[in-house]
Design a protein around this ligand. Sequence first.
Ligand SMILES: [Zn+2]
Ligand SMILES: [Zn+2]
Length: 237
Amino acid sequence: MLKFSFLGTGSAFNTKLGNTSAFLKKNNSLLLIDCGGTVFHVLQELSLLEGLENLYIVITHTHPDHVGSLGEVIFYSYYILKHKPNIFFPNKELIERFLDSIGVTAEMYNLNSLDVVDFNDAQLGEVSIEFSSVSHVDTIPSYGFIMKLNDRMFYYSGDANNLNNNILDKLKNGRLYRIYQDTCGLDYEGNSHLSLKKLCKIVPKEFRSKVYCMHLDKHITQEEIKDNGFGVVKIHK
Ligand SMILES: [Zn+2]
Ligand SMILES: [Zn+2]
């Protein structure tokens, strides 16, 4: 079974853990979730771009720790691998404006900005992505998504300070096998991320082993995440 691995699991300032980004690779196909400032470097270190023929990049929002090296990855794909990567992001105008401003022109990538996307890759199989808006900051739109990969569905929160009931219900009734949730240690009014304390209030104990915490700040430890019954994503080596 194909499984996602993480290139980084940190929050924007917790660079020791790298920017939070997940990937799925089989042979010459790579599916990448987010592409923050540290990601291109790690992709190179792990030789994940070598010989790629199909590259899919899902973007949750345009904060630097999620798109900081997106330009480099597109350039690498276009100039070195000689093909266009497929970018998935629901706000067409925003991502085009961002990429245009860093010299990445529209002919270097394919953009799909539908809320619900399906594609079939010879290596990865059937993939469908259903984006939904999440609560993060007021300045830019942010999205989470449900991804269905060969008949198994998981939810990926992106950066979010909440976890919607309808997503949690899908976990409770078994439609989702896993949730990846932005979780932080700091807990204060107006936080743009979800504190572990709030997550504990939202998720009943019996479902916590299916919720994996990511985008970790410096104020949270793996021990306290595990002690509360949640999973922690590990960095791929
Ligand atoms: Zn972030
Ligand atoms: Zn963010």
